[in-house]
Design a protein around this ligand. Structure first.
Ligand code: CMP
Length: 132
């Protein structure tokens, strides 16, 4: 069965949306295999988001994700990576279809409520970083 990494980011944890987000995830057929509340430190966040190192938003992204606690889950389902990306929606919540997690709970392109792995390779890498 395919696994993927899912993170509820500081904005959504802080606004007490975690329960409703996890309910959407479970209702969409995902099984929560692992779950952990944690706070990114700068080193782990830099490693986790290494592919965005050269992007203009990288420093702001690190400040945001290290600002307070996140909830990380390993989720399992057939076709988990692609199906979770569909449930999560676009990076920009305002461009996400209705009933996606980011449309329901995101604020803007940075504070977009959640993260979902974008490939099998990244799912494995991200699960190793946070649960290895
Ligand atoms: P995520 O899917 O976790 O992957 C990278 C994150 O960087 C993204 O969600 C947003 O939180 C943030 N991000 C992506 N694009 C931008 C952007 N153009 N401006 C600011 N933040 C961004």
């Amino acid at each position: 069965m395919e696994q993927t990494l899912f993170i509820i980011k500081p904005d959504a944890v802080g606004s007490k949306c975690s329960g409703r987000i996890l309910e959407m995830v479970e209702n969409a057929g995902f099984r929560i295999i692992e779950l952990r509340m944690f706070q990114f430190d700068s080193k782990t966040a830099s490693e986790f988001y290494a592919m965005h190192k050269e992007k203009p938003f990288f420093n702001d992204l690190l400040t945001f994700v290290t600002s307070s606690k996140c909830i990380a889950c390993v989720l399992e389902k057939e076709n988990a990576i692609s199906d979770l990306r569909t449930l999560v929606g676009e990076t920009d919540p305002s461009k996400s279809p209705p009933a996606t997690i980011r449309r329901c709970f995101g604020t803007d392109i940075q504070m977009n409520a959640v993260h979902a792995s974008d490939s099998m390779e990244n799912a494995k890498r991200e699960i190793d970083i946070l649960f290895g």
